[in-house]
Design a binder for this molecule. Structure first.
Ligand SMILES: Nc1ncnc2c1ncn2[C@@H]1O[C@H](COP(=O)(O)OP(=O)(O)OP(=O)(O)O)[C@@H](O)[C@H]1O
Ligand code: NI
Length: 342
């Protein structure tokens, strides 16, 4: 692995929501690194903890959320040991986020010019209005929006344009990490594609790292270099994105997700979702949280939480590794995984 300092480093991170029914274990023992210039995808079904993790990184958690364990470092700095003042400077300057509800992230009663200028001036108080406005023009051009729209209000722009502006604001202060939580989900496929291409271009030009959250596996497999797969709050696999299309060794959950994508699966493989549903985070099952849905669950999976094992191109939390290593079986191919569920 790279010797450079990671832009983002999560060490054993756990987040709990306090609720009337008890603690909701939304993120559990997550370890993840993102290096400079890297695009890392974060994939998982709805409710798997992706947004919770993103909000925790930004230290913008909901009132009832608590970081119960672990360390989060951005550019080597512990996000949770900063004072509020330090954090205010740090956020947007060094780490920025495009929120899941980004379409509503813009202030409806403020012109685009005012919103971008305010971003600059609140973080760079010495910047003059003229300077900030010039920078706003540059930014719009960067995301291919005609600067004439500076005087527009958000509702006068299309969804795709609004989303481009939200992304422009996130990168305005040249952060080294940009977290994008489902940045294109609300848009149609053509607009989605064009925005992704643009993000990729911007990323190359400016060299920031991206943590890209999505539930669209095919999109992420194409866009990211590495992919973390989340299940019930845990990163159950961390893999080289290239291997996702080649039928390499993966966590059974990852295989289940891959099988649900027509484009990436083998022609003969029948497309199907994963039977069952994610566990209740108030009552996580013992052992591997995926065991109730896993076609390979053994006695160990019901009892013991799997450690992290190193496969050829990825790290997985899965007991299958022991079986394979012990010579009891080969790592199941995608095809056998499909058949075993039918
Ligand atoms: N304020 C809250 N109080 C209690 N539980 C919450 C709260 N916010 C989220 N949760 C629970 O935490 C879990 C993780 O939610 P989160 O929003 O992080 O999932 P996600 O992976 O981002 O899902 P999606 O793909 O739907 O955005 C869910 O089970 C959710 O119900
Ligand atoms: Ni989310």
């Amino acid at each position: 692995m790279d010797a450079k300092t990671p832009v983002l480093e999560l060490e054993d991170v756990s987040v709990v929501y306090d609720s009337a029914s008890g603690p909701v274990q939304a993120v559990s023992d997550v370890n993840l690194k993102v290096y400079p210039n890297e695009v890392v995808g974060l994939i998982g079904e709805s409710g798997s903890g992706k947004s919770t993790m993103a909000n925790a990184i930004m230290r913008l958690m909901k009132n009832n959320a608590r970081l119960t364990n672990g360390t989060i470092r951005v550019n080597g700095k512990d996000v949770y040991s900063m004072s509020k003042k330090e954090l205010r400077t740090f956020r947007w300057n060094e780490m920025a986020m495009v929120f899941q509800s980004a379409m509503t992230a813009l202030n409806p009663v403020m012109t685009i010019e005012k919103q971008i200028v305010d971003t600059f001036r609140s973080h760079r108080p010495s910047m003059s209005y003229k300077e900030a406005r010039d920078k706003a023009i540059d930014l719009l051009q960067l995301v291919r929006i005609d600067p004439k729209y500076l005087s527009s209000f958000p509702h006068e722009l299309s969804g795709g344009m609004r989303q481009r502006i939200v992304i422009a604001i996130a990168i305005a202060l040249e952060p080294s990490l940009v977290i994008m939580d489902e940045p294109t989900t609300a848009l149609d496929v053509v607009v989605q594609r064009s925005i992704l291409n643009q993000i990729q271009e911007l990323q190359k030009q400016r060299g920031f790292a991206i943590l890209f959250i999505s539930h669209d596996f095919s999109l992420v497999a194409e866009f990211a270099q590495r992919v973390a797969i989340m299940y019930a709050g845990r990163v159950v696999e961390n893999t080289d994105a290239k291997t996702l299309q080649l039928g390499q060794e993966h966590h059974p959950y990852t295989e289940g997700l891959l099988r649900a994508i027509p484009r990436l699966t083998h022609e003969e493989v029948e497309i199907q979702g994963i039977p069952g549903h994610p566990p209740d985070l108030l009552h996580l099952p013992k052992g591997c949280a995926y065991h109730p849905r896993c076609p390979f669950a053994s006695q160990a999976c019901l009892q013991v939480r799997p450690a992290l094992y190193e496969l050829k191109h990825s790290l997985v939390e899965c007991h299958l590794y022991d079986e394979v290593k012990g010579g009891n079986m080969e790592w199941p191919s995608r095809q056998t995984l499909s058949k075993s569920n039918t």
